[in-house]
Design a protein around this ligand. Structure first.
Ligand SMILES: [Zn+2]
Length: 234
């Protein structure tokens, strides 16, 4: 798996430089070049990227064969907040700029899930685990990795977000509230552990406090790029 930052790409201005969002306002050729860089990390071409258009809901697509592949690079658009596959050389990708990219890795399958506070509260991680199980049933325990995203240091939210996250996991205490700040990483860990995932890694990198390293929708008031979470089988 790999979580990207903003360095090492072809885009400029607010999208400097490894912006991977095909549906934004960045220069399309720069984004294509950047997506070739992304796919290259998995040693494939961008047409192999399994990525849906994210809608802050809970569907996670099962990619059972090449005909299921969604992706901007193929001109195929499907709405979902993650993908799961047991196909080799088919990287599952989500894009984020503060929301939480979560990789789920089992013995013979992988999934990537896009989890903002709405998705976390609605059960997108559990949906990702079900999709992963469906594509590679019985392939052993799942390891999860929580990528760079809005951290508890910076993620100040209103009461409705605290209320939604307090309903996640086994108890309100599982999504700690630090003043007006919410802890999406703790909320994600609580949901994963409640679903039986014992091994959860957390990058602990906050996108909002690292302007040289990460895109942040909140810090940049919406005009910014997107970094990726990517999980794949060789
Ligand atoms: Zn921060």
């Amino acid at each position: 798996m790999r979580f990207t930052g903003r360095r090492g790409g072809a885009s400029s201005g607010p999208y400097r430089s490894l912006n991977l969002d095909s549906w934004g306002d960045d220069d399309p050729q720069a984004v294509r070049d950047n997506r070739t860089v992304l796919a290259g990390y998995a040693d494939v071409g961008p047409e192999r990227i399994a990525q849906a258009r994210q809608v802050h809901a809970t569907d996670v697509l099962q990619i059972a064969d090449d005909a299921d592949l969604p992706g901007a690079d193929l001109g195929r658009v499907r709405d979902a907040d993650g993908t799961a596959t047991a196909l080799p050389r088919t990287p599952c990708v989500v894009l984020c700029a503060d929301c939480v990219p979560v990789a789920l890795v089992a013995g013979r399958g992988v999934a990537m899930v896009h989890a903002g506070w709405r998705g976390l509260a609605a059960g997108v991680l559990e949906s990702g685990l079900r999709a992963l199980d469906a594509v590679c049933s019985g392939s052993g325990p799942v390891t999860a990795a929580i990528g760079p995203s809005a951290g508890p240091c910076c993620y100040e939210v209103g009461d409705e977000v605290h209320a939604a996250l307090a309903g996640t996991g086994s108890s309100a205490a599982s999504a700690p509230r630090v003043g007006g700040h919410a802890d999406l990483w703790a909320a994600a860990r609580a949901r994963l552990r409640a679903a039986g995932v014992e091994h959860v890694l957390t990058a602990g990198e906050c996108t909002i406090c690292a302007p040289d390293d990460y895109f942040s929708y909140r810090r940049d008031a919406g005009t910014t790029g997107r970094q990726a979470g990517m999980a794949w089988l060789r």
